[in-house]
Design a protein around this ligand. Structure first.
Ligand code: UD1
Length: 361
């Protein structure tokens, strides 16, 4: 009987990471039970990704939704434990660094189910980020660790994790190669938003550190509203909630200065928007890499990054959301040669499926 893998997804970036792995597992003859925790539930944060990426419908949706961190993880733990007990998988598979990752990891580890982690070994060294805690705990509970970069392998070794560690490359790179349509003459999303390739900035913001402090959020918005190029801003629902709570919310919601607020975009539209932008400004982890894959300079509105290769190669600058540093970075000269490949060769998903099918358990 082929092995059965119980995979856990829940938040937007995980749908991207899981899609090609799920496909590769099917082709490798593995059986999969896909659990959606329900952490992200809005159509444009969840279902649109299943549709676009061809990710199979989840076998179970736990419908956990938005709660406090403890409430969210606790509800997921109970649901995932029940699923594991019923499905009796050979391996549990988790992705990235969200609360859904941690819940899947804990539920599997407590039941003694071999645990595999996709995107192991990443560190921001900032324990104030919930994701950092999720990554560290998940890696230390995992039996099979799939690293997207050689730096991640080295970091795990520093933490005395060497068994079960595999450098496979980045599944998000696989997905970008499969789904990006940068050669299209004029991506439809640009036409829809009235944009010219290379003549606008793309912005995303959702980290609590940036959006939960009204003064900091306002400072970022003020700085970018004053740009002389259009700044297209697909707004994450948590950020929209914070903008709506600002005293001068109406000003931002109407689209102040250069800022153009839009709803969150689907995967391919987002790739097109980033790929054609003059520059991306973001506090997302995944988008820093996607910009790198698509050869778009990135300005990261954080003080540190897990994706240090993008900075070392000169394609990403960290500005910690400080207005003067944002403005200086907008004048920065980025490299003219293509970014070197640090994220594998586009076969990470296949390698993961191979290892899951054959590794000793
Ligand atoms: C989560 C991940 C983060 C990832 C991000 C991508 C954790 C700790 N964080 O952050 O690593 O980069 O997803 O988007 O797991 N909301 C909606 N509709 C939705 C989803 C969320 O309105 O479909 C709103 C709710 O107000 C919710 C808030 O967003 O309270 C936060 O959602 P949550 O899933 O807790 O974390 P994110 O900030 O999205």
């Amino acid at each position: 009987m082929p092995r059965k893998v119980l995979s856990v997804v829940g938040a937007r970036p995980q749908f991207v990471k899981a899609a090609l792995v799920s496909d590769a597992m099917r082709l490798r003859g593995l059986r999969e039970c896909l659990i959606h925790t329900g952490q992200h539930y809005d159509h444009e944060m969840s279902q649109i990704f299943f549709n676009e990426l061809g990710l199979r419908a989840p076998d179970r949706n736990l419908g956990v939704g938005s709660q406090s961190h403890a409430g969210q993880v606790a509800a997921m733990l109970v649901g995932i434990e029940a699923a594991i007990l019923q499905e009796k998988p050979d391996i549990a598979l988790v992705f990235g660094d969200t609360n859904s990752t941690l819940a899947g990891a804990l539920a599997a580890a407590k039941l003694g189910i071999p645990l595999a982690h996709v995107e192991a070994g990443l560190r921001s060294f900032n324990r104030a980020m919930p994701e950092e805690l999720n990554r560290v705990l998940t890696d230390h509970a995992s039996d099979i660790l799939f690293c997207p970069t050689q730096n991640a392998v080295t970091q795990l070794a520093r933490e005395a994790i060497t068994r079960g560690v595999h450098f496979v490359g980045d599944t998000m790179y696989d997905a970008t190669l499969r789904f990006s349509r940068q050669d299209d003459t004029m991506p439809a999303i640009l036409a829809r938003l009235g944009l010219t390739s290379g003549r606008y900035l793309a912005l995303t913001l959702h980290r609590p550190g940036n959006v939960d402090v009204p003064e900091r959020l306002t400072a970022i918005l003020e700085t970018l509203a004053d740009c002389d190029t259009s700044v297209v801003f697909p707004v994450h629902p948590r950020t929209m909630g914070k903008i709506e709570a600002l005293p001068d919310a109406g000003r931002w919601l109407r689209g102040h200065g250069a800022l153009q607020l839009i709803k969150p975009l689907g995967y391919q539209d987002m790739l097109a928007l980033v790929g054609q932008a003059h520059c991306l400004l973001t506090d997302s982890g995944g988008l820093q890499k996607e910009a790198y894959f698509l050869r778009t300079p990135c300005i990261t509105l954080r003080g540190e990054t897990e994706w240090t290769e993008t900075v070392d190669e000169g394609w990403n600058v960290l500005v910690d959301a400080e207005p003067e540093r944002i403005l200086a970075a907008l004048k920065h000269r980025f490299p003219e040669t293509p970014p070197p490949p640090h994220y594998g060769d586009g076969r990470a998903s296949r390698l993961i499926a191979d290892i899951l099918a054959t590794t000793d358990l």
